[in-house]
Design a protein. Structure first.
Lengths: 225, 132
């Protein structure tokens, strides 16, 4: 079991994750289209008028901009989810245990975080998971659209970190926990393209590719309809 | 009342619309993280005492999502419930915001399309009655 989970299943999980995510991004491009330029109709025979100088609009301070967007309306949720996701992404890449394995396998690895920092980030992810669980149970509007599927996906997302924490600290039976940790990570990778964890690429698609009032960067290039 | 209350549901007509937009519906329903961050972007949610039934995600999950998951097999009573959602609880103002990029108004519009195929829509006289 250990050899299978540590060997072929890792490759299968990454293959499914990478190919599945690429397919979901391709699917977005297939379902959307490039934005159209706004075309002005010019009256026949008359040259367009120079626009009058628009009255100066009051500029919003940075605090007013923050207060009016989703950060202002849901400050706790946005703060927690930001910290949670940053920790969730950073930890697998820069944790010492993973880099030791990479070094043993390929004689190359990424820089590693101090173990205490890695531990702290893991606890942040677990705490974030608990926050999301409590939010889903106790907040009426979230509970109204919650199904058992939501709780399952939350479990899938946090299980690698819980089992990783248990394995690192040698809590419970290490041999069992480490197999569960690897399995949990592989299940999470394979689940990304096929569950609501697909919000991983879609978050960036929404922020940088789709055209709407909250688009960042160059202003977006595609629309749904 | 809808034009033809007693007529049986025509599954073929419903499935025609579902099949035509299957990919978009599947993507939207899959990407939805059930986070409820869209709630604050709907003015109807705010003016109705923050009733969760007015959340954009709740509206599209319980209208189009229901039609999609049941493959169109919704009876007349179900269509009456969906009618209430897509015409009474949403005005397609397109103000709703989804942090994951789902086009919620399009999903509501598709649900309305499906309702129309079954002659399910409000008459003018009904709209004067208060929402349920």
């Amino acid at each position: 079991m250990y050899d299978f989970v540590r060997g072929p299943l890792v490759w299968v999980a990454f293959l499914v994750f990478i190919c599945g995510t690429i397919y979901q991004v391709y699917r977005f491009y297939r379902l959307s289209r490039p934005k159209e330029q706004f075309r002005l109709r010019i009256p026949f025979g008359k040259p367009p008028k120079e626009p009058d100088e628009a009255p100066a609009e009051p500029e919003l301070t940075w605090w007013e901009q923050v207060r009016l967007n989703v950060v202002g309306s849901n400050p706790i949720m946005i703060s927690v989810t930001t910290v949670f996701h940053v920790a969730l992404v950073i930890t697998p890449f820069f944790i010492l245990g993973h880099n030791v394995l990479l070094d043993l396998a390929w004689h190359a690895s990424l820089p590693s975080l101090p173990e205490a920092v890695g531990d702290g980030l893991t606890i942040i992810v677990i705490a974030g998971g608990v926050f999301f669980l409590l939010r889903r149970i106790f907040l009426t509007r979230v509970r109204a659209i919650s199904t058992p599927y939501d709780y399952l996906v939350l479990l899938i997302a946090t299980a690698p970190f819980v089992t990783g924490f248990l394995a690192y600290h040698h809590l419970l039976d290490y041999d069992t926990v480490i197999v569960l940790h690897m399995l949990a990570g592989e299940i999470m990778l394979m689940a990304v393209p096929f569950t609501k964890l697909v919000h991983m690429p879609y978050f960036f698609i929404n922020r940088f590719v789709l055209v709407h009032e909250n688009t960042l960067g160059a202003g977006g290039s595609r629309i749904w309809r | 009342m809808s034009a033809n209350e007693q007529a049986p549901i025509n599954l073929d007509e419903i499935r025609q619309v579902l099949d035509q937009h299957k990919d978009k519906m599947k993507t939207a329903l899959r990407v939805c993280a059930h986070c409820s961050l869209c709630a604050d972007s709907c003015f109807l949610y705010h003016v109705n005492d923050k009733d969760p039934r007015y959340m954009p995600s709740h509206k599209f999950i319980n209208s189009l999502g229901r039609l999609y998951k049941k493959k169109g097999k919704v009876d007349r009573a179900g269509f009456e419930e969906i009618k209430e959602i897509v015409w009474r609880r949403c005005v397609l103002c397109t103000r709703c915001y989804c942090p994951l990029g789902i086009d919620i108004p399009e999903m509501i519009a598709l649900a309305r399309d499906i309702c129309r195929t079954q002659e399910v829509y409000f008459q003018w006289s009904e709209l004067e009655q208060p929402a349920k």
